[in-house]
Design a protein around this ligand. Structure first.
Ligand code: FMN
Length: 326
């Protein structure tokens, strides 16, 4: 039987499948279910920075700098935890499960949460994933400043904690490889490619705005696949691929591209946690068929720097494929 264990940010995972931050990991019963279903690790439902800002500083809605993001989150996301509930959940998860537990903080700035990161570490979390997203609406806020916001957030976390720190980012960077290398220089341990967002919409009858939510589709896996393949070879830290991962075939592709692990949410909501076991079995079977004894035997084998026809990763407007449809 091949060994499908892997390491992610120095953590030992029995297999590369991580339950992504979501309601699937929001309480101890669900975390135990994830472990029981065979997950390699779990990322807890995010604690939102706004909760810390409110709790620690008595802020009222609207007094945080990032008012748009603040209103958005309060209106559309469930604020599940207070800060102490969160550390209690980490302690309980560490006491009652054996898989790595990665805490998650949803950050819009480096302001409120870095001190709390220490409490997360003190509670026993194996790592922290920082889910960063800021919308540039200020015309003077240029691309470099946006990147610096990420660097500040990362540096603030690295100064506070000794456990590994991952960044979960969006694909919207003008030069992601450059930014990814700078993350490495600031001590990043893992990069999660990519976060998936709710999207705005307009109700044309009510003449009002609304927010949409949908589970990811299988086609979405190609974006993390491309960027994992393009960057995995030279980054000094691990890539964890997420968005659109549905089957063992997707998991295998992302490992071949160079990911060390993958995160799943939508498929687990739609098909249940019981879909993890067949995915692990599919990975093991494929490894047996191909003669790979460990994940290290094939991880990154088809990354941009190792694949024979690597230019495929660059063809975003591939005339031959488009003309097949035309
Ligand atoms: C219901 C739901 C809740 C989520 N909540 C969070 C969250 O609190 N923090 C976060 O970083 N990502 C959150 N996500 C995003 C997932 O962690 C994941 O990155 C995204 O759904 C892409 O993976 P998928 O294609 O397997 O769904 C959520 C996703 C879903 C479906």
């Amino acid at each position: 039987m091949p060994n499908c264990s892997t390491t992610y940010m120095g953590l030992q995972l029995r297999n590369p499948i991580i339950v992504a931050s979501s309601g699937l990991s929001k309480n101890i019963d669900r975390i135990k279910e994830c472990e029981h279903a065979g997950a390699g690790a779990v990322v807890l439902k995010s604690l939102f920075e706004e909760v810390l800002a409110q709790k620690d500083f008595g802020l009222k809605e609207g007094t945080v700098d990032h008012t748009e993001a603040y209103d958005y989150y309060l209106a559309h996301m469930e604020l599940l935890y207070g800060a102490s509930d969160y550390t209690d959940l980490i302690k309980q998860a560490k006491a009652e499960t054996a898989i790595p537990v990665i805490a998650s903080v949803n950050c819009v700035s480096g302001k409120w949460w870095p001190d709390f990161a220490r409490q997360i570490e003190g509670a026993g979390a194996d790592a922290i994933e920082l889910n960063v997203f800021a919308t540039a609406t200020d015309l003077t806020f240029d691309g470099r400043r946006m990147e610096e916001l990420y660097y500040e957030i990362l540096s603030a976390a690295k100064q506070k904690v000794g456990i590994p720190v991952a960044l979960k980012i969006s694909p919207y960077f003008s030069s992601l490889p450059n930014v990814a290398v700078e993350f490495g220089q600031r001590g990043l341990d893992g990069l999660v490619l990519f976060n998936r967002f709710t999207q705005p919409d307009i109700d044309i009858n009510a003449l009002s705005l609304k927010t949409t939510f949908s589970f990811s589709s299988r086609d979405e896996v190609h974006l993390p696949l491309r960027w994992t393949a393009l960057m995995s070879h030279y980054l000094p830290y691990d890539i964890c691929a997420t968005t659109g991962v549905k089957t063992s075939e997707d998991v295998i592709k992302l490992l071949l591209a160079g990911a060390s692990s993958v995160q799943l949410a939508s498929v687990l909501y739609k098909e249940g946690l019981e879909s993890i076991a067949p995915m692990v079995a599919g990975l093991e079977q494929w490894m047996s068929e191909k003669g790979f004894e460990s994940v290290a035997d094939f991880r990154g084998k088809l990354s941009f720097h190792r694949a024979d026809d690597a230019a495929q990763y660059l063809r975003a407007q591939f005339m031959e494929k488009i003309s097949e449809v035309e």
